[in-house]
Design a protein around this ligand. Structure first.
Ligand SMILES: [Zn+2]
Length: 401
């Protein structure tokens, strides 16, 4: 069934049964006049009608799972799934695996302890649903996980890009050659890292594997994935309606122009999101991909979040652009970005942990930041192990007043 037809059917149900969307979806309202949904509206609704808010289409006994957002950008929100919508989640995730070439006989190692965050639960169960062995890396130290990856002969690694590099780093310290493991595919989300060319390269080289990005949100679903051609993130347009808007005017932008992605999910009718402002910024291309898929793509992945943009002397940059330069230097083990706000201006400070002699690396980094991004940064070499290490979403960017 065509996505918009599915939406029309869903809309009838929501108008009648979903308190949050009933008013927004009055009969006869054309698509472009349906108001955008924002995360703040959901936060407010859940605060006003605790604990789950009013975006529930069915009575509560129909829901079988509760998850919550990571809360990276504010208060976590709770999200409920029915059995039907959970099955839909797994179907969306199986597209992520198929895009990366995961198949029967693979062994998927999910290097993470499963908490209330949804992504890894879905990854684990979707692999199982496809007939692929799923291995949990929960409740283990990084050293134990390395051991498990070898001992269980895992072929696919699922984790954040940061954690993949952490595994490689610890392996090196322990004298373990991770390139000799069976891992042939690494699959990442949670941060833009796997779409950042230099980060991707570093993970691929560390594991001697092919690295894939995908993207999803707890409250939305796994909406984008890479195919074998790796020409951006395919948006799963069978299950999501994607629009691109200018975040300041809220008007649609042309294909090829940078905008904020607005998404509608079609398979989560129990707790849906209609025209949801994802906060993810990117550029859409509707040119057909060499892989044969017809869906539109986010070229270069998610470029950043609207609230992460740094303005240095009138130049707008995302942390991912800085990361792409930092990762060119294999001597840099970890880094942190501090943005000091002074009199309305941003000043960029980079803290770096360097293995070996720092002077050449610092000069080289300053030079490349200046050449490629036309920015000046104050670079500070800090002691090895002093910067935080991350397993789930990294927080390498801090704004200081
Ligand atoms: Zn493709």
């Amino acid at each position: 069934m065509k996505p918009i037809k599915r939406f029309d059917q869903m809309r009838l149900v929501l108008a009648e049964h979903n308190r949050f969307y009933a008013d927004r979806l009055k009969p006869g309202t054309p698509w472009e006049e349906i108001p955008f949904t924002t995360k703040q509206q959901i936060v407010d609704d859940q605060a006003l009608h605790p604990p789950f808010g009013t975006n529930l289409t069915f009575s509560i006994e129909n829901y079988v799972r509760i998850h919550q957002t990571s809360g990276t950008a504010g208060k976590p929100i709770l999200w409920l799934d029915t059995q039907e919508s959970w099955d839909w989640w797994l179907r969306c995730w199986s597209e992520v695996y198929k895009g990366a070439g995961v198949r029967r006989g693979d062994r998927v190692y999910v290097a993470f302890s499963f908490g209330p965050f949804i992504g890894f639960w879905a990854a684990f169960e979707a692999a199982q649903r496809m007939g692929v062995m799923s291995i949990s890396g929960g409740g283990q130290s990084t050293e134990q996980r390395l051991h498990s990856i070898f001992q269980r002969e895992a072929t696919v690694l699922v984790c954040t890009p940061t954690y993949a590099l952490r595994l490689a780093d610890v392996a090196r310290q322990q004298g373990i050659d991770i390139r000799r493991s069976y891992i042939r595919i690494t699959l990442h989300a949670g941060e833009p890292g796997a779409s950042i060319p230099e980060t991707r390269k570093r993970i691929q080289e560390a594991f001697d594997a092919k690295t894939f990005d995908h993207v999803g949100m707890t409250e939305m679903g796994a909406y984008g994935y890479e195919c074998e051609v790796q020409s951006g993130l395919h948006i799963n347009e069978d299950e999501f309606i994607a629009e691109m808007i200018d975040p300041s005017t809220l008007r649609p932008v042309e294909d090829g122009e940078k905008g904020e992605l607005v998404l509608t999910n079609l398979g989560r009718i129990g707790m849906p999101l209609i025209r949801y402002r994802s906060g993810d910024l990117g550029v859409i291309s509707r040119k057909p991909c060499e892989c044969g898929r017809q869906s539109s793509r986010l070229v270069g992945g998610v470029l950043g979040r609207a609230d992460d943009m740094i303005t240095i002397r009138g130049i707008n940059i995302f942390p991912s652009a800085i990361e792409n330069i930092v990762r060119r230097f294999p001597e840099i083990v970890e880094f942190a970005i501090e943005v000091h706000r002074r009199a309305g201006m941003h000043e960029l400070h980079l803290k770096v942990e360097i293995e070996g002699a720092p002077v050449g690396v610092i000069n080289g980094l300053a030079q490349e930041l200046s050449n490629d991004l036309r920015i000046r940064a104050i670079i500070q070499h800090v002691e090895g192990g002093s910067l935080p290490r991350f397993e789930l979403k990294s927080r390498r960017l801090t704004f200081l007043e």
